[in-house]
Design a protein around this ligand. Structure first.
Ligand SMILES: *Cc1c(COP(=O)(O)O)cnc(C)c1O
Length: 405
């Protein structure tokens, strides 16, 4: 008996969708189907699967779950978030076409567009998507997709998805939202009017730093078919084992998103009270400049990621990131472990310094993705690292003078 997951709450869908007990064995956890090929009962007949580059039962189980979370048909799962983005851009654009992209996005998205797709004749214009007039002006005759990330990486600035969806609709261009930071547990772009919700499942969805993956969710059947065809044609499907791990992660996604969101708010408020910290950016803070939009778009939860600017510039930021012990210096976000990155030298190191400055990615900016540790333990670690950062910043001018000789 198939369950209509669309009628159930989000936690039920996360815990159960896509995982009907195996009809032959009763296994409750879906088996990992490693088979690359499938016996066909006759020529031109098959049981739904022919070859695992096209489709695979374990991947399909994950796809049913991720689709159900956004009240949509099964998602299309890819080997990585960037494989999902590549398929989306290629599905929407051919040579001579154009995409409009929000200007503060994942560094890999910029590299894909400027380094790979530009050479194939797919142009991109990066705009401040908080400015509707500028975004409207960037859309031209050959624009085939409006692609935004909200909250943005790493500044946490938000785009108004509903307003952008209205704009996109009047211009006949689909709106895609990179929902990696929040996931469907917190923000559901399709319900806000977007045509496409895309996610790197590597981050909060899988949640345990155990599997790379990406997924596209849409209610547009033609786009779904095109994405599946592109996935088969380019060989970009997720492996069955990674899909299984990702589905296991998705089962607890709402629970982790809620607790990590609460922990992130606690850390953000704690950091705000520290004199070593010049500014804290987190959509759950009362003084967040887009507080109302955050409430409208995410409700009471705002994800695991926050950013803070230290007093004392790059020297302080480096010392802070390197002195943290419980919080691990590593790229990525959303996992059960608290991770710290220095965007200017790590995730956004490829972005020219002048552009980083314009986008608000200061040298003193540090990004934290808060995990599931006890906040008291995080505070103790942050406290010792902030003291070290202040000492390093005080010593920095002398170091510069030494370097000047
Ligand atoms: C990590 C990330 C991606 C790319 O995902 P991969 O799974 O690493 O390929 C895309 N967008 C955002 C916002 C990300 O954080």
């Amino acid at each position: 008996m198939a369950t209509n997951h669309q009628l159930q709450g989000l936690a039920t869908r996360a815990a159960r969708a896509g995982g009907e007990p195996d009809p032959t064995t009763g296994a409750i956890t879906p088996p990992i189907v490693q088979s690359t090929t499938y016996r066909q009962p006759g020529i031109g007949r098959h049981l739904g699967y022919t070859y695992s580059r096209a489709d695979n039962p374990t991947v399909a189980a994950l796809e049913r779950c991720l689709g159900a979370l956004e009240a949509a048909p099964p998602a299309v799962a890819f080997a990585s978030g960037l494989a999902a983005e590549t398929a989306l851009f290629v599905a929407c654009c051919g040579q001579g076409d154009h995409v409009v992209v929000s200007d503060v996005v994942y560094g890999g998205t910029v590299r894909l567009l400027r380094g790979v797709l530009a050479r194939l004749g797919i142009a991109a214009t990066f705009v401040d998507a908080t400015d509707l007039a500028a975004t409207a002006a960037a859309i031209g005759d050959r624009t085939r997709l409006l692609f935004v990330e909200t909250p943005a990486n790493p500044t946490l600035r938000l785009c108004d998805v509903r307003a952008l969806a209205d704009l996109a609709r009047t211009r006949g261009v689909p709106l895609a939202v990179d929902n990696t930071f929040l996931t469907a547990a917190v923000q559901r772009p399709l319900d806000l009017g977007a045509a496409v919700s895309l996610c790197s499942t590597t981050k909060l969805v899988e949640g345990h730093n155990g599997a790379i993956g990406g997924a596209v969710v849409t209610r547009d059947p033609a786009l779904l078919e095109r994405l599946r065809w592109l996935r088969k044609s380019t060989g970009a499907i997720q492996s069955p084992h990674d899909a299984w791990l990702t589905l296991r992660g998705a089962r607890t996604l709402p629970l982790r998103a809620a607790q990590q969101g609460r922990n992130a708010l606690a850390v953000a408020e704690w950091l705000q009270r520290r004199r070593e910290v010049a500014a804290v950016h987190y959509p759950g803070l009362d003084d967040f400049p887009q507080r109302e939009l955050a409430r409208r778009q995410h409700g009471e939860l705002h994800g695991s990621v926050l950013a803070c600017e230290l007093r004392g510039g790059a020297a302080a930021a480096h010392a802070f990131a390197e002195r943290l012990e419980l919080c691990l210096l590593a790229e990525s976000l959303g996992s059960v472990e608290t991770l710290v990155t220095h965007p200017a030298s790590m995730t956004h190191g490829d972005v020219p310094a002048a552009e980083r400055a314009r986008l608000g990615i200061a040298d003193a900016l540090v990004r934290l993705s808060i995990g599931l540790e006890d906040p008291a333990d995080l505070f103790a670690d942050l406290d010792q690292a902030l003291r070290a950062a202040a000492a390093a910043a005080a010593a920095a001018p002398t170091a510069q003078e030494a370097g000047r000789g």
